[in-house]
Design a binder for this molecule. Structure first.
Ligand code: 13P
Length: 341
């Protein structure tokens, strides 16, 4: 394992309080988002849309890393340059989602297991040769009646740890994402207990598989009530819960924690990030940052609508959300940050 290489990538990703843009939706998820915005679900539209995001002027002022999907890492821009090279040239670090999505977990109704370990070593080596410097694997944990099961959590965290070991072997920084889903009507407290259980289990597995904790980034959910729960809690109180949960379960050797947005609205996710940074102050052993998908892209995609003439306005919107999240990542976000010049 090349520890220096991993550290250099992590230092770049966590530099200057910038964050990550997750644009690694699978073909089916990307198609779903295109359909919601009234855009035809074609390979060309997926390519154009990803090119639009990557070529947003000034993106690197706020974004340190971009997570790609397999289809995108093989696509080229309008000038016939591989999109990954365009990212590297712009001064942003490219990464790649390497899991193959989730399937129903046999014998455990309502639960899912993430697939993709078979042949992963070869795929990681190929991605590294194309220029990727980090990878991502997402496990999905659902809260429900008597869920998650112990088996679901252990099967998923074991897969995450085996993925992380293979990444470190190939010189790619593993972003380890155990997402406890927001779907459902659970309380904040249930989210807290479930997330802590998952994280404790995860770090047991990472330890068993011999992962160098200083060579990985954790990508967790924030501690929030279920989407169907009408629970009114302030961002400060939710941030307090989130920090307490992480302090109780994430070893100090981990250098960075990059939150997913998980179905929060764009402004809600930015507000939470800001509250987290304010609550954190300088008492945390790790750097906190963001790795948002929907919370960076949602409005930009609605503005684009698949039309060339809207490209510049969609890019302005992405740059605006990236600026707001960068401000929030310094605890400097307020109503005035949302105002356009
Ligand atoms: P969201 O921010 O939309 O949750 O996406 C982040 C991500 O990478 C999910 O795997």
């Amino acid at each position: 394992m090349n520890a220096l290489k991993l550290t250099q990538t992590i230092t770049g990703l966590l530099a200057d309080q910038k964050g990550l843009l997750a644009m690694d939706e699978s073909i089916s998820t990307c198609n779903k988002r295109l359909a919601e915005a009234g855009i035809a679900q074609t390979e060309e539209n997926r390519r154009s849309y990803r090119q639009l995001l990557i070529k947003t002027p000034g993106l690197k002022e706020n974004i340190s890393g971009i997570i790609l999907f397999d289809e995108t890492i093989r696509q080229r821009d309008d000038e016939d340059v591989p999109l990954i090279n365009t990212i590297i040239k712009s001064g942003i670090i490219p990464g790649i989602k390497v899991d193959l999505g989730t399937q129903e977990l046999a014998g455990f109704t309502g639960e899912r297991i993430t697939e993709g370990l078979d042949g992963l070593r070869e795929r990681l080596n190929e991605y590294a040769s194309m220029g990727a410097r980090f990878a991502k694997w997402r496990a999905v944990i659902t809260i429900g009646k008597e869920l998650p099961s112990r088996n679901c959590v252990e099967a998923n965290t074991n897969a995450l740890a085996r993925y992380a070991a293979l990444c470190q072997e190939s010189g790619l920084v593993p972003i380890v994402e155990p997402e406890v889903m927001m779907t459902g009507n659970h309380t904040t407290n249930v989210c807290f207990e479930t997330t802590r259980y998952v994280l404790e289990n995860l770090f047991d597995q990472l330890y068993l598989q011999g992962i160098a904790l200083e060579g990985m980034i954790l990508k967790p959910n924030m501690i929030l009530p279920g989407l169907d729960r009408k629970e009114k809690k302030s961002a400060a109180s939710l941030a307090e819960n989130t920090i307490r949960c992480l302090l109780e379960s994430v070893p100090a050797a981990v250098p960075g924690i990059a939150f997913l947005s998980g179905g929060q609205s764009e402004k809600q996710a930015t507000k939470m990030l800001n509250a987290l940074q304010i609550m954190a102050g300088d008492r945390l052993p790790w750097t906190l940052t963001f790795s948002f998908g929907r919370a960076l892209q949602h409005t930009a995609l609605q503005i684009w609508k698949g039309k060339e003439e809207n490209t510049i306005f969609a890019q302005q919107e992405l740059q605006h959300r990236a600026t707001c999240n960068h401000a929030a990542n310094m605890g400097l976000y307020d109503g005035t940050t949302e105002k356009r010049e």
